[in-house]
Design a binder for this molecule. Structure first.
Ligand code: ME8
Length: 664
């Protein structure tokens, strides 16, 4: 905590993400955690700065830009804009967004290097080694032909003249630092790993490159550019003032949030660079685990990424935030499954918080004309609930403070469960209109509303949008964000306030249908369909009317774009329904050269048995993807007919066309 004048300051960061892809659930997770902490700390009276950004240099970008046929500058500008727009759309916009191509950042990197050099920690040398271009790192001890131990892709042998950083000189200072600051590396298991890594000895690190063109130039030493990690880590300083960081008073950072994949860079290299430059070292690095898909790390190349936007579109961003933070103990790996996501949505959000809020409001509306009632007498069960909530406040705050989000949410939801039980046993709806019954109703409904108010405030950092709605429903002014958590106590709900308008919070969803829609939207985002004004692709028709995104007027494409889509005549060999997916059929289709398995969203309109032998148009060069867990390797073309997009298969009724013939 930095105390200058007024409020204490708190500075936290997410990693700056690579621009060679777009955000998936993994990136979203770290950013959601950061956003939650930011909101929580503000409610505890801190002045908070949260930063994120894009890591835009390196060979990968050079290659991706070349492939896209545009300059690197144009490529990264486009990607950074997309990252930014997505964070905005998801309500995760940070206070600062650093792009490593920003001039202010270039200045900071060059300044930090100068300090390291002036202090004698930089020298020139020759380096030959195996390099992983995807992770932008030399792989220590790897031999030619070895794969990268982190990402499994082949390494390349690189020899170059570099500037080296004397990392070896920091073995003792780092070990001393870890000892003096046992909180620096979290969680404990990661700390132990890093301590033993450093105890094993540190090799000097090459921090400039001459084989790469797309990087920050080392002043006066062209063609040397900075090694991407020297560049990227420094972005944390750039965000809060660069060389003039003292003016803003947010450095050293209170918290760097990272995934466990990049902990070494943050807890070994980064403090060593700062120590060499004689600058303050961050206070804590927290490395969380991975979200896995089918027990492996998500990656676009494996085709198993989960995208945030389709989930947010279907269930709301709060639902995604809740799931990410509730499902997995912070620090550990966890599996992402749509099934678990929708189950939690229905049970905890729709039936839990949503139901409690609407039930409470409806009862107050009916019995007290929508005004929060006044309590005149209390029973022991009211007192017991009050006591439980009061102690939950302390527990939740402690858990937030330790970043134990799952436990904080568990406690909040156990309070919601107690409220449900309390209402069921007190049965305010069964009470009559006598003075005594009215008094009892007032006590029960005030108690429930007060509990809901406290739950709303405590849940706000995780569920910012929906708690705003509950807050307004309870007739409270302003935002729960403005409530000071340290002053939150049982008993502060003033009687007499008029409730706000009822709003749908978390409408219940049909699990199968929700998953199908999310998957269809994700497929569309990952494999955008070529502009096809009249015919829509069959898998997309599973969306139905409601979720089909409004289509912008299709841009004209050149013949070369159309030629990228390879369509062939196929013949359906088998067709069957998929258990748990009402709209999908699993087909095997002969496309001339092979038999393909393809899922099509036509189950509600075609009997599987009647499809056997039918000739259809198939997109054969579409990347494989999974629909409801079933691999689909291609796409069957259908027209979308009528307002609800009924799929009608494109076919060849007039002519006996050859299987495998190309459509042109
Ligand atoms: O490493 N589960 O960028 P990056 C959980 N540019 N978190 C995940 C995840 C998953 N499956 N996948 C990614 C870089 N993340 C560098 C960082 S910082 C100075 C430079 C999150 O785009 C997690 O936070 O590969 C991980 O550390 C980060 O995204 C990696 O993002």
């Amino acid at each position: 905590m930095n105390m200058s004048q007024g409020k204490p300051k708190f500075y936290l960061t997410t990693p700056i993400y690579y621009t060679n892809g777009l955000p998936h659930i993994g990136h979203t997770y770290t950013t959601v955690v950061a956003d939650t902490i930011r909101r929580y700390k503000r409610m505890r009276g801190y002045e908070v700065v949260m930063t994120t950004g894009t890591d835009e240099h390196g060979v990968n970008v050079e290659r991706a830009a070349k492939k896209a046929g545009i300059s690197e500058t144009e490529f990264v500008a486009k990607m950074a804009a997309e990252w930014r727009a997505l964070w905005d759309e998801l309500g995760l916009a940070a206070d600062e967004f650093v792009r490593t191509t920003d001039l202010r950042h270039v200045r900071t990197v060059q300044w930090l290097f100068r300090l390291c050099r002036e202090n004698g920690y930089v020298y020139k040398g020759q380096y030959t080694g195996q390099y992983c271009i995807y992770d932008n790192a030399f792989v220590n001890d790897a031999k030619p032909g070895d794969n990268c131990p982190d990402c499994g892709r082949p390494t390349e042998t690189i020899t170059e003249e570099n500037y080296f950083f004397k990392l070896s000189a920091f073995q003792k200072p780092l070990l001393d630092f870890y000892k003096k600051n046992p909180e620096f590396i979290q969680p404990e298991t990661r700390r132990n790993e890093i301590v033993s890594f450093v105890e094993g000895g540190l090799k000097d690190l090459s921090i400039t490159r001459t084989t790469i063109r797309w990087g920050i130039p080392v002043p006066g030493e062209e063609p040397h550019v900075f090694y991407v990690w020297f560049d990227a880590l420094t972005s944390y300083l750039t965000a809060v003032g660069g060389p003039e960081f003292e003016k803003r008073g947010f450095w050293p950072a209170d918290l760097h949030l990272v995934g466990k994949d990049i902990i070494r860079f943050h807890t070994v290299y980064w403090p060593a660079f700062l120590m060499a430059a004689m600058q303050p070292v961050p206070k804590q690095v927290w490395a969380h685990g991975w979200f896995l898909m089918d027990a492996t790390k998500m990656s676009k190349s494996k085709g198993n990424v989960v995208l945030p936007r389709p989930v947010a579109n279907m269930l709301g961003m709060d639902a995604l935030r809740y799931f990410l933070l509730r499902e997995v103990v912070f620090g550990q790996d966890g599996n992402f499954s749509y099934d678990a996501l929708v189950t939690r949505y229905n049970s905890d959000l729709a039936n839990g918080l949503g139901n409690l809020a609407s039930r409470t409001a409806a009862l107050i509306e009916k019995n007290f004309g929508g005004k929060i009632p006044k309590v005149t007498e209390r029973k022991s069960q009211d007192e017991a609930l009050a006591k439980e909530v009061q102690s939950a406040i302390g527990e939740v705050l402690e858990n937030y403070e330790n970043l134990s989000f799952a436990r904080a949410l568990e406690t909040i939801w156990s309070v919601i469960g107690s409220a449900d039980k309390y209402l069921t046993s007190e049965q305010p709806w069964a009470l009559g209109n006598s003075e005594q019954d009215q008094a009892r109703k007032a006590a029960v409904l005030w108690t429930t509303a007060e509990l809901l108010r406290i739950v709303t405030v405590l849940g706000h950092p995780v569920l910012p949008a929906s708690t705003e709605k509950v807050w307004a429903l309870l007739g409270q002014t302003g935002s729960p964000a403005a409530v000071e958590l340290d002053g939150l106590r049982w008993g502060q709900l003033a009687p007499g306030k008029q409730l706000g308008k009822a709003q749908a919070l978390f409408p219940r969803v049909d699990k199968n249908e929700a998953i199908e829609r999310i998957e269809a939207m994700a497929n569309e985002e990952l494999n955008p369909a070529p502009a096809a004004p009249a015919a829509k692709l069959a898998a997309n028709t599973t969306l139905g009317g409601a979720a089909a995104a409004p289509q912008a007027a299709p841009e004209k494409i050149g013949i070369e774009d159309f030629a990228k889509v390879e369509m062939r005549v196929g013949q359906i060999k088998t067709a069957e329904r998929i258990v748990g997916a009402d709209k999908l059929l699993k087909l095997t289709v002969d496309i001339g050269t092979e038999i393909r398995q393809i899922c099509a969203g036509i189950a509600q309109y075609y009997e599987p048995e009647k499809l056997i032998g039918r000739k259809v148009a198939v997109v054969v060069n579409l990347a494989p993807r999974k629909l409801r867990g079933v691999e689909s390797n291609g796409m069957v073309i259908a027209a979308a007919v009528g307002p609800d997009g009924r799929p009608v298969l494109a076919g060849f009724p007039d002519e006996d066309v050859e299987i495998g013939a190309r459509l042109k």
